[in-house]
Design a protein around this ligand. Structure first.
Ligand code: ATP
Ligand code: MG
Length: 416
């Protein structure tokens, strides 16, 4: 019986990996310009870290976590909580007043797999701890914008403010009253959760619930003075940087820790999976996890969705050479020579491959082609005796005789 990968868990195969690398390399280079430092955090954490931070009534904690119940540990469904844990554990606030951190890696959520929705997926997660400035909110959104722009991907930015512990309870009451009038028309999840957390209803993806809340009161109209000023300043700074955005009064995000600014970069090209990047401010989170009273803001970008967009956006770029040289050796003596030559050339930084199974010349040339070789060197006993062998340019098919002693310098010049 064949063993297959779990549903919602995917292999990323070599023909896709170039896109992944491009996304990751682009991210690292843009993030460096924005003065961020990389952190790698573990995949497993205590369950409590997530239930306390993400919120017990959220989809993630209620039904999507991969938890080892007997050990009370969970495979991270997102990275913010882990980064906060790490920040607190290593007293990073003492090292710099403002920490700008990012991490890239797999996350795990037990949800229904669809295009752009998997059970193991990857995120680029970006967090800034230590500043409450609305400028920072705008800067982070401009960073998201830059990450997409450099890859040639178009998305649109939607922003909202969720208020803070001072003004949200007032809004909550108004929203709850609105929802209670329509309770019978909502899905089971919403009916159950609405009393404890009415904001969750605004985030429900079911069409029926969406229709019900179209006319719901918006949190924007209930912001306190502080939150209102903050939101105005975020918008002003976005305009200053000429980052285009739209206010979406109903965006609440599926995590409880957000306060004030939330935002999403969305696309209409991935069907129901419209969010490619999402984030917000979480000024109380570090304190809630036992750390100092320090504000924070961050976002997470879904790498699978970004790769899907890249695939749709453009023709695959011209196939670049995967190796510099394929050595086709004929006969035992030439095979020994080729094996040693391959070893030496690799030691000089060249990308080299050969056939190890004594295949025919025809088969070896086919392998050279499949390997994406820039050149192929053909060596038999006669070539060894003459110390000279034909080198074929695999693109043009042109063949030149080359002194075997000059192969390294020739290739080094040619592939520079
Ligand atoms: P969605 O509404 O699509 O479920 P979310 O609000 O749960 O997203 P976040 O927790 O904010 O998503 O994660 C940030 C980003 O990570 C999302 O915008 C998306 O691009 C990506 N993402 C989230 N869940 C998945 C998943 N199951 N598979 C692939 N990508 C995902
Ligand atoms: Mg989700």
């Amino acid at each position: 019986m064949k063993i297959k990968a779990l549903n919602g868990f995917k292999d990323i195969l070599p023909d896709e990996i170039l896109l992944w690398r491009r996304v990751e390399e682009n991210a690292r280079s843009v993030l460096e310009r924005f003065h961020f430092a990389e952190v790698r955090v573990p995949v497993l954490e205590k369950t409590e870290l997530f239930s306390r931070s993400i919120g017990a009534d959220t989809d993630i904690v209620e039904k999507e976590m991969y938890t080892f119940v007997d050990k009370q540990i969970t495979m991270r469904p997102e990275a913010t909580a882990s980064l906060m844990r790490s920040y607190i554990e290593h007293s990073m606030h003492g090292l710099r007043p403002v920490q700008r951190l990012f991490t890239i890696g797999p996350m795990f959520r037990h949800e229904r797999p669809q295009k752009g929705r998997q059970r193991q997926f990857h995120q680029l997660d970006v967090e800034v701890l230590g500043s409450a400035s609305p400028r920072l909110d705008a800067e982070l959104m401009s960073l998201g914008d830059a990450l997409f722009a450099e890859l040639g991907v178009t998305t649109s930015l939607e922003i909202n403010s969720l208020g803070c512990p001072a003004c949200r309870p007032g809004y909550r009451r108004v929203l709850l009253a609105f929802i209670e009038e329509r309770l019978d028309n909502l899905c089971e999840d919403c009916q159950r959760r609405s009393v404890r957390n009415p904001l969750r209803v605004l985030d429900c993806k079911k069409q029926g619930c969406r229709r019900q809340v179209e006319e719901a009161p918006s949190v924007i109209d209930y912001l306190c003075e502080g939150c209102s000023v903050h939101f105005t300043e975020v918008r002003r700074n976005l305009e200053l940087l000429e980052v285009e955005y739209k206010v979406n009064k109903f965006m609440v995000r599926g995590l409880d820790y957000y306060v004030r600014t939330t935002f999403e970069f969305i696309t209409d090209q991935l069907g129901a999976q419209s969010a490619v990047c999402a984030g917000g401010r979480y000024d109380g989170l570090i304190e809630m996890l036992g750390g100092p009273k320090i504000p924070g803001i961050g976002f997470a970008m879904g790498i699978e969705r970004l790769v899907l967009l890249l695939k749709q956006h453009e023709e695959q770029s011209d196939k670049i050479a995967e190796i510099d040289l394929f050595i086709a050796g004929l006969g035992e003596e030439a095979a020994d020579y080729s094996f040693k030559l391959m070893h030496e050339l690799r030691g000089q930084g060249l990308r080299v491959a050969m056939d190890l199974d004594g295949k025919s010349l025809k088969s070896q040339m086919k392998q050279a082609d499949r390997a994406g070789a820039r050149y192929a060197l053909i060596v038999g006993s006669q070539e060894l005796a003459d110390n000279q062998a034909p080198l074929r340019d695999m693109e043009s098919g042109e063949q030149t005789e080359l002194n075997l002693d000059s192969i390294a310098s020739f290739l080094t010049d040619a592939v520079e």
